[in-house]
Structures are given as C-alpha cells and as structure tokens.
Design a protein around this ligand. Structure first.
Ligand code: TXA
Ligand code: MG
Length: 314
C-alpha cells in the first residue's frame, strides 16, 4: 500500500499505480505517456484492441481529448460529473492510439472519489481500466488488487468502493446515444435527463466492434457461476447462493445463502467480493437468483444482470 504522494511521484515517472474510485479500483497511468499506457496493457494482460477510459479531475480536462462536446453530453456532464458515467466522444487526433485501440472515439470519465480527484488533479489525466487481471472480477478493495498483482503492488488504500460495479458507458458521439455497458446510472434516468431516447447497444453484434470490451469474458471467479433455477429445491454444501427477492427470503440465511431482500445496491456493492470470497472458501459454484429484465428504472439491477451474465459466460 502506498501514500498519495508516492503515487503521484510514480505516475510522473511513467509507472502504474492502483487507486480507488467510487465504482471499482483503477489501474492508473499517465494518459500522455505511451510507455506508461503500454505497461497497463502488459500488467493486466489486456488485449490491445480493448480501449481504455481516460480519467479526469475537471471538465476542462475533457477538452484535451474530445474533438467536440455535443449539447446532450454537456447536459449529462452537468448532471452526473463527477460520477459513475463514462462518455464516449469523437477523439482529438493527438490522443494516443494505444488508448483507443485504433477507434476514432475516446472514453472519458470524472470519478467522484476524493482520493482519485486529488490524484488526477495533481498527476494529470490517467488511463485506468479496472485494477484486476483480465477476466477476473473487478477489485472493490485494495486487497483484491494485491491478490491479482502481488502484495508489493503500489495501491492507494481507500477501503471498500461505494458502488462496487463499473461505470455506465454511454456513447454520445452519435444519435441516438447508446449504452455499451449498463451501470448505476440507468437508461431511464439518462433519458429523463436528456429528453432523448437512449439505445441499449450491449448485446447486438455490431456494437461489439464499437465497444470491444463487451466481447470478452469478464468478471469471473474460479467457481462456476450460474442462475438459480426458478423451482430449484434443496441446497448443496458446495454452492454459494445469492438471492434477492422477498419470496426467496422466506428461507433463513445460512453461511452459504446470502439474502439481499431487494437491497440491490448492497448486492452490487458486495458482488465481486462474494465472487472472490467464494474461491477462498472453496465453493464449486455460485447460484444467483435471476434478476428482472423489465425493470429499466433501476440502473443497478440492469448492471447486476449484465455482470452476472458475463460471469456465467453469456
Ligand atoms: O468504473 C469504471 O469505469 C472503472 C473505474 C476504474 O473507473 N473502469 C473500468 O475500465 O471499468 P475498464 O477498462 O475495465 O472498462 C472500460 C470499458 C471497456 O468495456 C471498453 O471496451 C469500453 O469501456 N471503452 C473504452 N473506450 C471506448 C471507446 N472509445 N468506445 C467504446 N467503448 C470503449
Ligand atoms: Mg474491467
């Protein structure tokens, strides 16, 4: 674990450090230093065609990367920045191709966490994918980062992250705006703010080339994740059960049955830690109660569905 002063020093020297945001921990590097950005891909084991989000600490910083900021984007920035909303813009030519994986767009986000704000304000814009090895669950605690990258890895400890799932990724470079990755800020909420229709782009094939990250298997522990069958009877000792509906909660909690009682924010906050913990505890599988598809009002419910489906392999 390192102090913020040490982190700034390392970043200025082209090194990579992990830091907390309100969503998950990020693996940060100077967005203007090609060798530092390259290190992020190497350390994570990330495919070169999966672009990175540039993290900012002010709206002015966006001007260094976005070629144009459409009116709709301004409205969203006013409302949600700093916060868990990543916006995709047409990029300026000087933005490193390494960051964007050759796309003509760049993803920008201003995280709302005091430590990340200070770090980026002082060290400059940082590329920062989630601070996990590719394919592993994103880190919501500093300990998770050390688990993936070794106990001496430089990480600023900010405790448990507040939201626990990655930011909403919204393409504002074309109309209609398209959600590539659902997050805490949901479709309905964005539509209400902009007064425009928002498309869900995630699972349709053309969008896989638009947002390459959606193509790769993600967020998976070693235990096999599956949906709990509607009428599944009996419990198996080697399975961890995660349930959320009131009906399922008629049954009492055991060590291997966690009830969220419709508290989806808590479920989101704990999900990746439960995944990692299940491996430590030796569970062979994790059975999660299916989440409602229709409830578009809750960004977090859609985000949970998405991350669990990805962990299952869908
Ligand atoms: O909450 C978060 O967003 C966290 C924290 C650290 O800020 N970061 C994060 O980064 O989740 P990462 O690299 O794990 O996920 C970035 C996602 C990927 O799915 C990637 O494909 C997509 O954003 N993305 C990045 N740039 C893009 C672009 N220009 N066009 C489309 N999708 C893009
Ligand atoms: Mg990630």
């Amino acid at each position: 674990m390192i102090h913020i002063e040490e982190a700034i020093e390392l970043l200025r020297n082209g090194e990579v450090v992990a830091f907390p945001t309100e969503t998950v921990y990020g693996l940060g590097a100077d967005a203007w230093n090609p060798s530092a950005v390259k290190k992020v891909f190497d350390i994570k084991g990330r495919p070169a065609d999966n672009p990175l989000i540039v993290h900012l600490a002010s709206r002015e910083m966006a001007g260094g990367f976005a070629a144009e900021i459409p009116e709709t984007a301004r409205t969203l920035m006013d409302r949600y920045w700093p916060g868990p909303l990543t916006l995709i813009f047409k990029k300026k030519p000087e933005v490193l191709d390494l960051i964007t994986g050759g796309l003509d767009t760049v993803a920008l986000r201003w995280p709302n966490h005091p430590l990340s704000q200070e770090l980026i304000f002082r060290a400059g814009p940082l590329v920062a994918p989630s601070a996990n090895k590719s394919g592993r669950p994103s880190p919501t605690k500093a300990e998770h980062v050390l688990e993936d990258f070794g106990e001496n890895f430089p990480v600023i400890d900010g405790g448990t992250t507040q939201i626990g799932l990655e930011s909403t990724v919204l393409d504002v470079s074309e109309k209609p705006c398209t959600i590539y990755r659902p997050g805490y800020i949901g479709k309905k909420e964005i539509e209400k703010t902009t007064g425009e229709e928002v498309k869900i782009g995630e699972s349709t094939p053309p969008d896989e080339t638009r947002s390459p990250g959606t193509r790769y298997s993600h967020y998976a522990p070693n235990a096999r994740v599956r949906w709990l069958e509607e009428n599944e009877q009996g419990y198996s000792e080697d399975t961890l059960y995660l349930v959320h509906s009131r009906r399922r909660n008629m049954e009492s909690e055991h060590d291997n049955l966690i009830s969220y009682r419709e508290n989806y924010e808590r479920m989101a906050n704990e999900l990746y830690d439960r995944f990692r913990q299940a491996d430590h505890d030796g569970y062979k599988s994790i059975a999660v109660e299916q989440l409602p598809v229709k409830d578009q009002n809750h960004g977090i419910v859609q985000a949970l569905r998405n991350r669990i489906s990805k962990a299952i392999g869908g």
